[in-house]
Design a protein around this ligand. Structure first.
Ligand code: BG6
Ligand code: MG
Length: 218
C-alpha cells in the first residue's frame, strides 16, 4: 500500500462545476472576435491559465494584438466568468467532495488546493470550504501554468510532503500531465482523460480507501 500523507485537489471541474462557466466565458469572447471555439478547444484549455488560454484562442484565429488589448480581453472574459459564478453556493459542491474530505481529514491527511485560477479563493469562500485546506496554491502564486508541475510542487512543499506521498485529483489533461511530471499519484476525474494512475467518472461515493487501494496497483 502506498503511504499517503496529503491530497491536492484541483478546483474547477473537480470540487465545483465552474469549468462550464470558464467555457461559456471563453466562447462568448471568441464569438466576439470571430474565432470558432469548440468543446475540444475548451478541453485543451482546462487547467490552463487565463493568459495562456487567451494566447491559444488568438493563435487559433491568427490574431496578433498588443498587450493592452489582450489585458482588456482577459478582463472582459473574467467579468463574464464572475457574473456566471456569482451565485455559487455550498450546494454547488460536487457530489462526493465533502464526504471524501471528511474521510481524508479523519485519516490524518492534509488537504491542499492546486488550481491555476486566480479566482480560486473567492470560489472556495462561496462554497464555504476555505477552512478545509491546510494549503492553497492558485493562479496568483505560480509563474508556470499546468502542465508545468509548479502548482502541485508548491502545495506539497508548503504541506511538508514529497510528491510520492501525495495524491492529486484532476479533471484536466494538462493537470494530469503536471502531476505526473512532478512525480505525484494522480486520479483523473471525468471522460476522455488518459495517463492518470486511476480514472473515475466522478467522485460520487468514492472513499479514501478505494482510491488508496486502486492507486497502489500502479
Ligand atoms: C483553471 C481552469 O482552473 O483556471 C481554466 O480550468 C481557467 O479554465 C484557469 O482558465 C484560470 O482561471 P482564472 O479564474 O484565473 O481566469
Ligand atoms: Mg480543473
Amino acid at each position: 500500500m502506498i503511504e499517503v500523507k496529503a491530497c491536492i485537489f484541483d478546483l474547477d471541474g473537480v470540487i465545483v462545476d465552474t469549468a462550464r462557466h470558464h467555457f461559456a466565458a471563453w466562447q462568448s469572447l471568441a464569438n466576439e472576435l470571430g474565432i470558432p471555439f469548440t468543446k475540444e478547444d475548451n478541453d485543451r484549455l482546462k487547467g490552463v491559465s487565463r493568459v495562456d488560454s487567451l494566447e491559444y484562442i488568438l493563435k487559433k484565429g491568427n490574431l496578433v494584438l498588443d498587450s493592452a488589448t489582450k489585458l482588456q480581453l482577459m478582463e472582459k472574459k473574467n467579468a463574464i466568468y464572475l457574473s456566471l459564478s456569482e451565485k455559487t453556493s455550498p450546494e454547488d459542491t460536487m457530489d462526493g467532495i465533502v464526504s471524501l474530505m471528511d474521510e481524508l481529514a479523519e485519516s490524518g491527511l492534509q488537504i491542499g488546493l492546486g488550481s491555476s485560477s486566480k479566482n480560486a479563493r473567492m470560489i472556495l469562500t462561496k462554497l464555504e470550504l476555505m477552512s478545509r485546506f491546510s494549503t492553497i496554491v492558485d493562479g496568483n502564486n505560480i509563474t508556470l501554468s499546468k502542465p508545468d508541475p509548479e502548482v502541485f510542487q508548491k502545495a506539497a512543499q508548503l504541506m511538508g510532503v514529497i510528491p510520492s506521498q501525495c495524491i492529486v485529483i484532476e479533471d484536466a489533461q494538462a493537470g494530469i500531465e503536471a502531476a505526473l511530471s512532478g512525480g505525484f499519484h494522480v486520479v483523473g476525474v471525468g471522460e476522455g482523460l488518459k495517463n492518470a494512475h486511476l480514472h473515475l467518472n466522478d467522485l460520487k461515493g468514492i472513499g479514501f480507501n478505494y482510491i488508496q487501494e486502486n492507486l497502489s496497483a500502479h
